[in-house]
Design a protein around this ligand. Structure first.
Ligand SMILES: NC(=O)c1ccc[n+]([C@@H]2O[C@H](COP(=O)([O-])OP(=O)(O)OC[C@H]3O[C@@H](n4cnc5c(N)ncnc54)[C@H](O)[C@@H]3O)[C@@H](O)[C@H]2O)c1
Length: 252
């Protein structure tokens, strides 16, 4: 087991990628702290983890509120006294498909708050715990749209910001034994996305992407989870400041 007795926080743990990541880390022996805004969903993920023989706790928190994030880390400090791994997954696009002329201040702010500011504050709290330990693995969730994407202006900006922040943090924390990397998936088939689009539109999107990606299919949540596991493990001990594109070769 690659993560025996490591304490690992996963945000967005009720979602498609977050749930797969929680199961993957717990399957390698990590004690998982699962957090999400969706209380029922995160409890369900913990239930799955336990059914597969893993252990952990679930905590409901809204990453758009600084006090929820600090409360989450306080709870981890009280319960475990240390934190080895953080995978910041909570996020989503709050302004999909908007033309540039239609960028809305509130939706743009929601994208920056949900994806970028939440990640920065979570990493600040993680650094406060990990620096004195002299050990840590931080994995942030970007997206292939960090390279730019038409009609996803504020979402792409938030995910590009995560890349710049991840590199900056890696430069500062390396000497404390802490690695900081980011994941950049192309389209991932998650239940929430399929439900939001409806089966017919999802199928068109899936087929369009599969035809364009050299590997001929879209990603599964497990494709992403296995990369999170790699970066969270000591197999990736000498990798920091990187963005790992999980894209089936899209946009080479
Ligand atoms: N699905 C994709 O194609 C894809 C591609 C690239 C990147 N991503 C990124 O992966 C991450 C996970 O997305 P997913 O595809 O699993 O979607 P998802 O909707 O299944 O998961 C997102 C999770 O984040 C949680 N969340 C939303 N707002 C929150 C808040 N304010 N506080 C706490 N939790 C909150 C949701 O409850 C949900 O459980 C996101 O950051 C997303 O931007 C997804």
């Amino acid at each position: 087991m690659r993560l025996c007795e490591r304490i690992a926080l996963v945000t967005g743990a009720a979602g498609g990628i977050g749930r797969a990541t929680a199961l993957c880390l717990a399957g390698e022996g990590a004690v998982v702290v699962l957090s999400d805004l969706n209380a029922a969903g995160v409890a369900e993920t913990l239930d799955l983890v336990e059914r597969f023989g893993g252990s952990g706790i679930s905590i409901t928190a809204d990453v758009m509120h600084e006090r929820d994030i600090t409360g989450l880390y306080q709870r981890i400090a009280e319960l475990y006294g240390r934190l080895d791994i953080v995978v910041n997954i909570a996020g989503g696009d709050r302004e999909p498909g908007a033309d540039v002329e239609d960028i809305d201040y509130e939706r743009m702010s929601a994208n920056l708050d949900l994806n970028l500011k939440s990640c920065i504050i979570s990493c600040r709290e993680a650094a406060r715990m990990m620096k004195p330990q002299g050990y840590g693995r931080i994995v942030n969730m970007s997206s292939l749209v960090y390279r730019g994407s038409p009609n996803q202006f504020s979402y792409a900006a938030s995910k590009g910001g995560i890349y710049a922040f991840t590199r900056s943090l890696a430069m500062s924390l390396g000497r404390f034994g802490i690695t900081v990397n980011a994941l950049a998936p192309a389209l991932v088939e998650v239940p929430a996305f399929v439900a939001a689009l409806g089966a017919e539109r999802w199928e068109l999107l899936r087929q369009d992407c599969a035809a364009r990606y050299p590997l001929g299919r879209v990603a599964t949540p497990e494709d992403v989870a296995r990369c999170a596991l790699f970066l969270a493990s000591d197999d990736a001990a000498f990798i920091t400041g990187q963005i790992l594109e999980i894209s089936g070769g899209a946009r080479l």
